[in-house]
Design a protein around this ligand. Sequence first.
Ligand SMILES: *Cc1c(COP(=O)(O)O)cnc(C)c1O
Length: 387
Amino acid sequence: MPKSPFEIPPSDSFLNAPLRATIDLQALADNWRFMSRQSGKARAGAVVKADAYGLGIEDAGQTLYNAGARDFFVAVPPEGETLRIYAPDARIFVLSGLWEGMEDIFFDNDLVPVIASEEQLAFWMRTVAEHGDHPCAMHVDTGFNRLGLSMEDALYLASDVSRPASFSPVLLLSHLACADDPASPMNQKQLEAFRTIRAAFEGIEASLSASAGTFLDSDYHFDLTRPGISLYGAEAVNGVANPMKPVVKAEARIIQVRNAKAGETVSYGAACTLNRDSRLAIASVGYADGYLRNLSGHGVALRNTGLSGASGFIAGHKVPVVGRVTMDMTIFDVTDVPEKAVSAGDYIEVFGPNMPIDDVARNAGTIGYEMLTSLGLRYERHYLEAE
Ligand SMILES: *Cc1c(COP(=O)(O)O)cnc(C)c1O
């Protein structure tokens, strides 16, 4: 990764960590600027829920703020409370809205609830009638069937002259179900429904697209986009080259390199039989670290469907996982790497610039989002500072 003059040198504990993640904040900032350009006339927000997709909301939040983001989205109020320290004058939207009894955290930290249901709407109206004006956003469901007022309820609300003056939505929001598939007819259907809602609430800003929707045409941009996964470097749209810079390099230390003979078996269940004399590197990463058991070379349900397992990367070589991934360790076949190039103490890249996270995720039948948000607590993290 490129060196930045602002880089803080890695600590000894990072240099010796059994498991470590390097997080390139410059790449994160560059990815946000890319999504900002991709958003055309719309402003680009930044989604930092789930601890900024596992990378750390403090560092990621501050970096995105410094890059220019002023509209942030979190899932739950405590995430907003943390982010507020790093994004002092930004607008922070809370996507799951609010629960009765949690209103103070919204007022104290100036968080904007994204009203998600009729119950939340009724509660919020009572609350602001007492407390006074406080911004909110309104989620309207256009076909996802997760959160949001129904179209009918939203249209009724738009024409309801009796709604209190202290009820002041600043954003209309909806979420696309199939934006990762540009050819899906759902996109156009949801777009049309959202336009109807927007017309009913004239003068209120609108936001429809997460990362994938931002890559659809400019009709989907409205006033504000909500990129998440693209900022963190993983792929948002199926079947096209990912234009984002990788942000995370995850590496596991090799505990030992051992020789094994053809015909011997490897790992739990003796589910993998070696077909040649092999050198095996035992790396300090397992399913407790989010290196999913479905990445196993042999011996788990998904593998028996005929997909090959995942690979790591070391000394210029892709090295396949052999046998089952265990809780704390994974076994890689390093037979094809020159013997001198792999020793105990070296690091295998489990995903990163040389081993795209989405390729690894596909091997487990999942997506980069899940790999990132599953990074466990055992990763020692080192941040490369952004300029
Ligand atoms: C998670 C989420 C986003 C961000 O989605 P990405 O696919 O990560 O860009 C945007 N909007 C809503 C409502 C979300 O739940």
